[in-house]
Structures are given as C-alpha cells and as structure tokens.
Design a protein around this ligand. Sequence first.
Ligand SMILES: Cc1cc2nc3c(=O)[nH]c(=O)nc-3n(C[C@H](O)[C@H](O)[C@H](O)COP(=O)(O)OP(=O)(O)OC[C@H]3O[C@@H](n4cnc5c(N)ncnc54)[C@H](O)[C@@H]3O)c2cc1C
Length: 382
Amino acid sequence: MAFELGPDILAIQQEARAAAREMAPLAAEADECSHVHQPTLDVLRNSNLCSLMVPAAYGGRLERVDPLAVCVVREALMRASAHLDSLFALQGIGSYAIAVAGTDEQREQWLPKVANAEVLAALALTEPVAGSDLRGIETTVASDGDDLELNGAKSFISNAGAAGFYTTMAREDDRFSLVLVPADAPGVSIEPSPEVIAPHVLGEVTFDRVRLPASARLGEPGSGFRHVLATLSVFRISVAGAAVGLMDGALTCAANHAATREQFGRPLVRLGPVAGLLADSWADLEAARLLAYATAEAAREDPSAHLDRSSLAKLSATEAASRVVDRCVQVMGRWGLIRGSDIERYYRQARPMRIYEGASEVLRLGIATRLCAEVADRQGDE
Ligand SMILES: Cc1cc2nc3c(=O)[nH]c(=O)nc-3n(C[C@H](O)[C@H](O)[C@H](O)COP(=O)(O)OP(=O)(O)OC[C@H]3O[C@@H](n4cnc5c(N)ncnc54)[C@H](O)[C@@H]3O)c2cc1C
C-alpha cells in the first residue's frame, strides 16, 4: 500500500536520498558527536535541502515551508544519520518564528543564511525547572528604556554553541514573548549539557543581563506561545517522518540478518516467532508512514489547524519506532548488540524521540481531549 507522493515531493525525496547516500560512510562517526561534525554540515550545505526551511521571499525554495516535503526529507536523512537529520530539522525549528513573526529586517538578516546553512538555528524553550510545563519558565525579558534586557538560563538546547542565534521564549510580566538573540550578544554564554544516550549537539545557555534592541522581539509582546505552537504544528509531524526513516533502517538490518543466518537448519525468517517480530514491525512501519504522510499532506494548507493530528502522528510513529528497534535487536541476537553497529545506533536514537518536541504522555492529553471534542461534534451533526 502506498501514499501517492506528487512529482514535486518525489523530486525532493530523491535529493534527500542522494544526501543520505553521501552520508553513509560518515554516519557512524557523525552520530557519536555532541559537537557539529563538519563533514556532515558540508553534506547538508551541498544538498541545498535547507532552502526548504525558509520561504522563497527570503532565499528559500518554496513559497512557504511545506510539512510534507520536510517529512519525507527527514525520513531519508534519519535513516542515514541522526546528526544529519538534526542539523536539517533545526534550521526550520529555530527559524520558523522569524519567518512568521519577524520584521522584514530580521527576516532579511537571518533567513537567507539559514536557507544555505551558513548560520545554524536554535529554539530555546526548556529550562532546568521547566520542560513539558513551559508556563513555568523563569527566563525574563523586560523593557529598559529603548532596549530589552534578558536574564535566565535554558537547558538541553539543540545546536547550542554552534547556532548563530537563539529564538528564545521568556516571561514578560505575566505573559510570554519570543526574542531573537544573536549568539554573539554580550552576556550569552554556553556550557555543554550532559551527554545523552544518543549523542546530540546540546548545550546549556545562560543569558546574563543581555541587552537587545526592542526590535529583537518576534511578534507582539505576549505572542510567544502562538508562535511556538505554529512552529510545532509544522515540525512535530516531521519527527514522525524521522521515526519512519529510523524504523525503515532498523528493519532493513533485521530483514537482511534474518534472511541469511540459519539456526535449526533454516533461515531465522522461517522460525515462526522471528517471522512474527519482523511482520509486526513492518506493519508498524507502514501504518506510521501512512499516518505521517497523510497528516503532513493535510497540514500543507493550514498547519495550525492540525496540531493535534501532528501530535497523533508523532506519538504513533515514535512509540512504534521504540517497539520496532527493540524487536529488530531481538531478531539479530548478539549482532544486535554490537557497539557502533547501525542497529545499535538506531536502538539508542529511537529513545529520545518519545521525549523531545512533546513527551508522549503530554501529547496523549491533547489528543484525548481532541478525540472527545470530535466525537461530540459528530454526534451533534447526526
Ligand atoms: C535530544 C534532545 C534535544 C532537545 N532539544 C531541545 C531544544 O532544541 N530546545 C528546547 O527548548 N528543548 C529541547 N529539549 C528538551 C525537551 O524539549 C524536553 O526534554 C521535553 O520538553 C520534556 O521535558 P523534560 O525533559 O523536562 O521532562 P518533564 O516535563 O519533567 O516530564 C517528565 C515525565 O513526566 C511526564 N509528564 C509531564 N507533564 C505531564 C502531564 N501533564 N501529564 C502526564 N505526564 C506528564 C512526561 O511525559 C515525562 O514522561 C531537548 C531534549 C532532548 C532529549
């Protein structure tokens, strides 16, 4: 069963697959890096894929960011390398609020450099005390004469230390605003975050009396959550795409192994329980892919109308990815455990996907609420 991708998306998918092939010999080394791996950044820059993350008016390729294009690119890149996928994804995640809420000056200054990956982007929301509950953030921004002053600390920020700017959420009186903070602004400092099970470029960002012009705000004071939700509407679906790519890679490893290794006089694939592990995994993969593509397709016209559906696609694909990699390791026996092998990398990389960009338990709250609202609406129409 297949979802019919149009010729425009198929062409973009071919470009992403070409970058993935170029990445293959570098992937094992890159995916162990918690700093930017320069050869991987070179592959990304040469691919021109980051131009998909910026509107055409500011150096991008399409009129606006296309969730389906981003989804299929992440599927191809994640299959090859989590490091490559993350560098690509962050260009959109970190810059989307500039595209939708920035001034022309901010857009002209930053977006063309995001589109060609000359500058790396970052989105700074999480803090030591605030993760899922972002209303608990303690970073503050306050007007001081003609300027703004930013104070606080962000934690586990992807691309920290390598990014050219931080799209940062801060408390402004009793509301929340986004500000665009250049990495070289005096008072910005970075420390590495703890190493995580699947290495990732992560840092702790401190803002100590950072002075910014009032024009550094992204959108109106108090509009921070609106722009963060707009960002998530587009990019949460793309995590589903990445999870699909990861499952596809893991299942390829397991299927190759099961077809060639024999025990009890026959290939593993002919031993019933092993066949079951493979078949269930394929079913999980295909279902997640269909839901990811269909959700991304629906979001192409109006992503913000589809946030709950994006959450559903992300939940479904990332939970499936954890089940699939676990089964694939089981199919491969001791070869599934070898440090540095593709399957072992996939196994570790699946785990954080259920935590970042909306932990599964938190997504379920919004999804269940939407389900009840849709059921009530349907019954009202009957
Ligand atoms: C690899 C990686 C990259 C990241 N990159 C970034 C980044 O670029 N920018 C950024 O801002 N942040 C980033 N983060 C942080 C990430 O967004 C947070 O880890 C995530 O939001 C969850 O917050 P937390 O870890 O504090 O967990 P908590 O919020 O403390 O949650 C812990 C557990 O409690 C559950 N839980 C929490 N609230 C509820 C609830 N109301 N009901 C039911 N269960 C609940 C959660 O589902 C989870 O299982 C990154 C994290 C990782 C691992």
